[in-house]
Design a protein around this ligand. Structure first.
Ligand code: FAD
Ligand code: NAP
Length: 553
């Protein structure tokens, strides 16, 4: 491993210590750490700019659902003190601006190649390097590859008959046009009622002449209670950042600083419980699910929270039939990613908004000027697909990754992803994944998890350099044990009861495996730290391609 850059750039063949795929929050921080450690690195990004999620998801109403003062990097004290978030939940343009600011502030752009997809990565066992083929026809060689490809970056086009025949514009929320879309005077159809739809529906409704929302599964949503941040509020966070960030990293389950629940829902009487839910509802946001410590473990406890939200929907929505259709009844609350909204349910009180229940038969067909469902044609001018992503594995699967013996990662993962700690997969030496399946990832404030993974990978590469080690690979035994542990923990919860994207259930044919690790970010961090402290226990390290080294710290 060379400390000095080994760039031999001629536009076609280049060599680095590390190739990073993706320039979202994960890729940006990975690059920053690698440069700080003196590794040569190249980031390839298929988009034209940094930001990842916040570059692609420009739909109306897009914003974070973890409060911005927490959904932000913690690695630079100056950055977190300098940056002014405008709202409790910043809108997409502001989060994108933040990512751009980070790229500029830390001088990252010169090492990022935009508009370039990584198509293939093949491990050359003889030389112990990865050969990375890019969409511009180039090849990059690197000892290490880091997949910072994002868990929610592979937008899913639904397989609906006639979609290609629609005469108007079709938009996917995850690929929104940069110039924005003005729906004024148009009849619009939105397919889907997950977080992206729940954020965009109220905003599109305010523009459209009529909005039809096609709902297959109703979802639980908690009011965001978004507001402008005052300087006082920003100061309160900034002055307490050391403790807020420490708590989020070490003591929380989900990477969020919030009052932790002390008791189970059934330990409180009816009135006390209602008061607690009322208070969480009034406060708004994801922490509603932190009202009690057993909401995702005990169905009877979960029912109390689900009933509360169903009652709220009935209070908000004027038409009892519409309210009933909006009340989720086929999964425990929180087992599908809970949504956070501004005026979502109330939007259905508008005379120009229609909820179309497609639960029984789905959408039958899309015609050039209408959506046909339940035997009726809903005339529309524009169609919005808020149909989600091939989550966690989708963007990795799109790259043809070949490890030892030419084995394809897609083949290995055909029955579901297998990793050790969500970081590496056996048979694929020197290939790291950021927030991969088997890590807390999408169950957490993602920036907390991204920083933890990137720091761990950076620490691992430094360790290897100090000992002149050539390769690291997850051992078969450690991987099997970890996969079993991830499944075992998932089965202890209510999560597997829902057909969620966490389970791969939104993609026809995808194996039903609960992909993220539910153990919590604090517990998981301790496990990762412990593995590193024990000389990367469960990983095999080699000084060269034939010699195995007992790695000792
Ligand atoms: P991404 O931001 O997805 O970046 C990955 C990048 O890799 C993309 O730019 C992609 O183009 C690129 N890429 C992928 N494959 C290739 C390839 N083969 N070649 C080249 N480039 C490639 N999380 C939270 O914690 N809180 C939130 O409030 C929150 N809100 C969200 C809102 C939306 C609308 C969505 C979709 C997700 C949200 N998330 C949220 C999750 C969000 O994805 C993460 O918080 C975070 O932004 C992920 O960063 P990342 O760098 O890991 O991945
Ligand atoms: P999603 O949660 O997967 O929702 C997709 C929606 O489309 C679901 O309602 C789904 O119905 C529906 N759908 C899919 N295919 C369909 C078809 N063929 N016919 C009819 N309906 C179909 O996707 P998302 O809303 O984009 O959110 C994905 C994740 O991104 C979120 O869970 C969250 O983690 C993140 N996100 C966060 C925010 C935020 O608030 N900050 C905003 C957006 C996204 P079924 O449920 O029946 O499958």
């Amino acid at each position: 491993m060379s400390a000095a850059p080994s760039i031999a750039e001629n536009g076609r063949e280049v060599t680095f210590d590390v190739v990073v795929v993706g320039a979202g929050f994960a890729g940006l921080y990975m690059l920053h750490r690698l440069r700080g450690l003196g590794f040569s690195a190249r980031v390839y990004e298929q988009g034209s700019d940094v930001g990842g999620t916040w570059y692609w998801n420009r739909y109306p109403g897009a914003r974070c659902d973890v409060e911005s003062m927490q959904y932000s990097y913690s690695f630079s004290e100056e950055l977190q003190q300098d940056w002014d978030w405008s709202e409790r939940y910043a809108p997409q343009p502001e989060i994108l601006k933040y990512a751009q600011h980070v790229a500029d502030r830390f001088g990252l752009r010169p090492d990022i190649v935009f508009d370039t997809r990584v198509e293939r990565a093949e491990f050359d066992e003889g030389r112990g390097i990865w050969e990375v083929a890019t969409s511009d026809g180039g090849t990059a060689r690197a000892q290490f590859v880091v997949l910072a490809t994002g868990c929610l970056s592979n937008a899913r086009m639904p397989d609906i008959t006639g979609l290609g025949e629609f005469a108007g514009q079709v938009y996917h929320t995850g690929h929104w046009p940069h110039e924005g879309v003005d729906f004024t005077g148009q009849r619009v159809g939105v397919i889907g009622t997950g977080s992206s739809a729940i954020q965009s529906v109220p905003v599109i409704a305010a523009q459209a002449s009529h909005l039809f929302v096609f709902q297959r599964t109703s979802n639980f949503s908690i009011p965001a209670r978004n507001s402008l941040l005052t300087e006082e509020e920003r100061k309160a966070f900034r002055n307490n950042y050391p403790e807020i960030r420490r708590f989020a990293r070490e003591d929380s389950r989900n990477g969020i600083y919030a009052e932790p629940p002390e008791r189970g829902a059934l330990e409180d009487g009816e009135n006390a419980r209602r008061a607690k839910y009322d208070q969480r509802w009034a406060n708004g946001g994801l922490t509603f699910m932190l009202a009690y410590n057993n909401l995702l473990l005990d169905k009877a406890a979960n029912d109390t929270a689900a009933d509360f939200v169903r009652e709220k929907i009935a209070e908000i929505v004027g038409d009892p039939e519409t309210a009933k259709r909006l009340q989720p009844d086929n999964h425990p609350i929180g087992t599908k990613r809970i949504c956070v909204d501004t005026d979502y349910y109330a939007t259905f009180n508008r005379p120009d908004v229609t909820l179309v229940d497609i639960r029984s038969n789905g959408i039958e067909e899309i015609l050039p000027n209408a959506v046909r469902a339940g035997g009726e044609d809903y005339q529309i001018d524009a169609l919005v697909l808020a149909t989600g992503f091939d989550a966690m594995t989708g963007s990795v699967a799109k790259i043809d990754i070949r490890g030892r013996g030419g084995k394809a990662l897609n083949q290995k993962w055909a029955e579901g992803p297998k990793t050790y700690l969500g970081l590496m997969s056996e048979g694929f030496p020197n290939l790291f994944i950021v927030t991969g399946p088997g890590s807390p990832s999408v169950l957490s404030n993602m920036i907390v998890s991204i920083e933890q993974h990137v720091d761990w990978i950076a620490g691992c590469l430094s360790f290897m350099r100090r000992r002149a080690l050539a390769s690291i690979e997850a051992s078969h035994e450690a991987e099997e044990q970890w996969v079993a542990h991830v499944n075992e923990v998932a089965q202890m919860t209510l999560y597997p009861q829902a057909n969620s994207w966490y389970m791969g259930a939104n993609i026809p044919g995808k194996p039903r495996i609960f992909m993220p690790y539910i153990g919590g970010v604090g517990v998981y961090r301790r496990i990762c730290n412990d593995v590193a402290a024990k000389g990367y226990e469960g990983f095999t390290m080699r000084a060269n391609q034939v010699e195995q080294v007992a790695a000792t710290s």
